[in-house]
Write a protein that binds this ligand. Structure first.
Ligand SMILES: *Cc1c(COP(=O)(O)O)cnc(C)c1O
Length: 383
């Protein structure tokens, strides 16, 4: 028998970071027998998220995807309706358009923020207005913890009277000109999935400045039950509510959100100082208009000057038992969305070809970070 050194423990991209507060709230849910999709944690979590975000009203649901489905339904997307939406994002952002029979038309990202290009959006709306066929809605993702450039996006949407859904699934706690992500559209959506910066293991939320819209979302999320002593139903509903137990986790997470954001930003700053000088390496820009949470640290590698490339770095990280990923594959390049229209597309295709995200969990130690840094630097031939 040989004594092999123990393999380095796996470093994950963005694992949950749970503290003692979460456990306390969960214990409280058990002690009071509120193990249901209703209860005091659920109401408190919604109120606390409103206080933190500045949204007027919120309803907690089982996932960000469920929240997006409710949002698409609430803005009135019907079969055949067009929705202009981000292509550089996770597939869950656009799929709910299809749940209602709508037709996504993708819009490319810009280089300044990696979010939807406001000029492309404005141009697409102008062209459609001239032809008398405005889309039913606009669905914009705030990507990797950074807000889209909301002023020009909202100005274009308002000029044509088209409602905006904000997919802030990746941007809980990010700000744009001092305001929280999620509060810019008619409806905002958060995700509390296990890999997000605020995790309930799984969960999501619909927020809005319009309390009536949130009341509608609440009703649809609870089987569209009418106010009656018996079970009365006048429209199609869903079982989308979050559990009171998981809302307890959310309350504990929210109490520590600012510290988690600070840590993710510090992790990104360390990667920038240790890797920013490597040839061909460029980090996701932080736009001057707001604060990115740096949910994930993202960078691109230009293989014409790096002497290596993105895939070689990913392979080296995997060999060191470190989880890293290419950036989002644009939705207009996904086999499932083959044939869908995309306005522009070269920027997101290029980000996908050359970009990756590094482990960014707020629970990472300095030694974890150095392990990643060393592995990447070695791929560039640096000590
Ligand atoms: C995570 C994510 C979603 C989906 O949220 P879930 O809670 O996983 O359903 C939607 N949009 C974007 C951009 C996401 O990153």
């Amino acid at each position: 028998m040989t004594n092999l050194p123990a393999p380095a423990p796996r470093l994950f991209l963005s694992p949950p970071h749970i503290g003692p507060a979460e456990k306390q709230y969960v214990d409280e849910a058990f002690a009071t027998n509120w193990v249901a999709p209703a209860g005091p944690h659920l109401t408190a979590f919604e109120q606390e998220m409103c206080a933190a975000s500045g949204a007027a009203a919120a309803v907690a649901v089982s996932s960000g995807t469920a929240a997006l489905h409710l949002a698409v339904r609430l803005v009135g997307v019907r079969p055949g309706d067009e929705v202009l939406c981000s292509t550089f994002t996770f597939v869950a952002s656009a799929n709910p358009i299809l749940y209602e029979g709508g037709r996504p038309v993708f819009v490319d990202a810009d280089r300044a923020s990696w979010n939807m290009d406001p000029a492309l959006l404005a141009g697409a709306l102008e062209a459609r207005a001239r032809e008398g066929r405005l889309p039913r809605a606009i669905l914009v993702s705030d990507i990797y913890g950074q807000c889209a450039d909301w002023d020009p996006i909202l100005a274009a949407a308002q000029r044509h009277g088209v409602p905006v859904i904000e997919d802030a699934a990746e941007a809980v706690g990010a700000t744009y000109r001092g305001r929280w992500a999620g509060t810019f559209g008619a409806i905002g959506v958060y995700s509390f999935n296990g890999n997000k910066i605020l995790s309930t293991s799984g969960g999501g939320m619909v927020v809005s400045p319009d309390r009536a819209l949130v009341d509608r979302a609440h009703k649809l999320a609870t089987q569209a039950r009418e106010a009656a002593p018996h079970y009365e139903h006048a429209e199609l509903g869903y079982n989308y509510r979050l559990s009171n137990v998981l809302a307890g986790i959310g309350r504990g997470q929210l109490a520590w959100l600012e510290q988690r954001i600070d840590r993710r930003r510090a992790i990104c700053a360390l990667y920038q100082s240790e890797l920013g000088g490597l040839p061909g390496v460029a980090f996701m820009p932080e736009a001057a208009y707001g604060r990115s949470t740096r949910w994930l640290t993202c960078l691109t590698i230009d293989p014409t000057v790096a002497g290596t490339d993105r895939d070689a770095v990913l392979t080296a990280l995997e060999a060191a038992n470190i989880e890293a990923r290419p950036l989002w594959k644009p939705l207009h390049l996904q086999p499932f969305y083959r044939g869908a229209e995309c306005i522009g597309g070269a920027v997101s295709a290029d980000l996908f070809a050359r970009g990756l995200c590094l482990p960014s969990g707020s629970g990472m130690t300095e030694a974890d970070l150095q392990r990643v840094v060393r592995t990447v630097r070695r791929t560039f031939g640096r000590a």
